[in-house]
Design a binder for this molecule. Structure first.
Ligand SMILES: [Zn+2]
Length: 469
């Protein structure tokens, strides 16, 4: 009769396969793209990453189901109920300043480098190998075991909404999302996108911002922004002269055609940690408001105020005792001839109501020309530690690692754990690891992390498949 140590043995014997599988997935640049026909709702590259994963699952002996290219799963075992690991194969864009190929999957000094290594291809594939170890062990299971691959985690969870709400897939009796940190995450802030717009008056002959852009995703701190300024040649020359003496070396300018182009660079960071980045839109706006741009000076000033990571510029600063302070990331700027549009990614305390937050934003806009044009909300998650699945997952983590000290976590990042009941985020980042950082240059994961995570996930799936829920 096998015992759970057989899980470790199998994983240790298949480390090379685990590494190769992660490398193969990382080599597919699965950034969300335009729909590419049936089965490719998120574009060709995401489809390719899903195919790569499903080929792997088949080769490992799982039964696979592809849910219209939005998500897919691998499953084994018998039972009326099912437990699941729920990861994702889409990645955020690489961004700049990598010292390694972001889609090379290079293995250097025990780390695999590349976009998606830690968020979330590595952890997801570690969970799959954990499930495979369990399959091979022959240990008795009361429930089926499933690994679910989502394909649109980074921009709105439409994948898992399709999986459950449209396709009517079975809900797991208990689940974890291998997409954060160990020991586990029991509270996730509420997450919303707020799009504010301002209608621009027509130009009146002086200097004017013709167009401006910054940021690619609301959930990343923008690392680049630019504005194109048009107007009379002598006024453009004067503005260039002014910028020549401007203090910020991260703001540059160039005459291009009959326009003056102002560019700024910042530092990217995850949208849940805006204070760790350096917002390029704020740098750009700070420079613009020093120029004689007429009506544009006012909105540039507003961008500087609302770029505050604590949300005070939007009137929504605050905190609760579970997850701490609200954060606010000004993620996207789009200025066209008639409109300024800004998208903020806000992470708010678990004990707050979304409606109250919106009320505060609207109160701050009252009497002005800015409009709250669009909102998208992901409610907070707050899972009790003395109930399943947190109780079992915490025990498994402690048993495998021997770490009985590290406390369960809360965070501002949102995971799939909030997309289905009885779920928490669980690894794969280990306390003190040098993996990550997610959404930044030189993202990486240690092979040792993958191995430890796979062992934890194997035992976790085994325990959840048998625990009374
Ligand atoms: Zn992720």
């Amino acid at each position: 009769m096998a015992d759970v140590s057989a899980l470790d043995t199998w994983i240790e014997a298949h480390v090379d396969d685990l590494v190769a599988a992660v490398q193969s997935s990382v080599r597919v640049p699965s950034v969300k793209g335009e729909p590419d026909g049936p089965g490719s709702p998120y574009g060709r590259e995401v489809r390719a990453a899903l195919d790569d994963a499903l080929d792997l699952c088949r080769s490992l002996g799982f039964a696979v189901s592809d849910i219209d290219g939005h998500a897919a799963h691998a499953e084994f075992g018998q039972g009326a109920e099912m437990v699941a690991a729920l990861g994702h194969l889409d990645v955020v864009p690489a961004g700049d300043r990598w010292t390694r190929d972001p889609f090379g999957g290079e293995l250097v000094d025990g780390f695999i480098y590349g976009r998606g290594t830690s968020d979330d291809k590595g952890p997801t594939i570690a969970a799959l190998f954990g499930a495979k170890a369990l399959m091979e062990s022959g240990l008795p299971l009361q429930r089926r075991v499933r690994v679910i691959f989502g394909c649109d985690e980074e921009s709105g969870f439409s994948c898992v909404k399709h999986y459950w709400d449209v396709a009517g897939q079975e809900r797991p009796a208990a689940a974890f999302a291998p997409d954060a940190g160990f020991p586990l995450v029991y509270a996730e802030k509420g997450i919303c996108d707020l799009a504010l717009t301002l209608q621009r008056p027509a130009g009146c002959g002086g200097l004017r911002v013709v167009a401006a852009t910054g940021g690619r995703r609301s959930n990343m701190v923008p690392d680049a922004a630019e504005a194109r300024i048009g107007g009379p040649a002598d006024a453009l020359a004067a503005a260039a002269g002014q910028l020549a003496g401007y203090w910020d070396r991260n703001v540059t300018y160039a005459a291009e055609g009959d326009e003056l182009v102002v560019r700024s660079i910042g530092k990217s960071a995850h949208g849940s940690l805006p204070q760790e980045g350096d917002n390029a839109i704020v740098r750009l706006a700070r420079a613009l408001r020093t120029l004689p741009l007429g009506a544009d000076v006012a909105w540039a000033g507003r961008l500087v105020e609302t770029g505050d990571p604590a949300g005070s510029g939007l009137g929504i600063e605050g905190r609760d005792e579970v997850v701490g302070p609200l954060t606010c990331n000004m993620g996207i700027l789009e200025v066209t001839d008639d409109c300024v549009r800004v998208v903020y990614n806000v992470r708010y305390p678990v004990l707050w109501e979304f409606a109250t937050l919106i009320h505060r934003v609207e109160a701050g806009l009252a009497g002005g020309q800015w409009v709250l044009a669009q909102t998208r909300n992901g409610p907070a998650l707050y899972a009790p530690l003395d109930a399943e699945p947190a109780r079992t997952l915490m025990a498994v983590y402690r048993e495998v690692t021997g770490d009985t000290v590290t406390k369960p976590l809360t965070m501002g990042g949102g995971t799939y754990a909030r997309a289905t009941p009885n779920a928490v985020a669980y690894g794969a980042d280990l306390p003190g690891s040098q993996d990550g950082p997610a959404h930044e240059p030189d993202e990486r994961i240690a092979v040792s992390t993958l191995v430890t995570a796979a062992k934890i996930y194997a035992r976790a799936l085994h325990a959840l498949a048998n625990v009374s829920l």
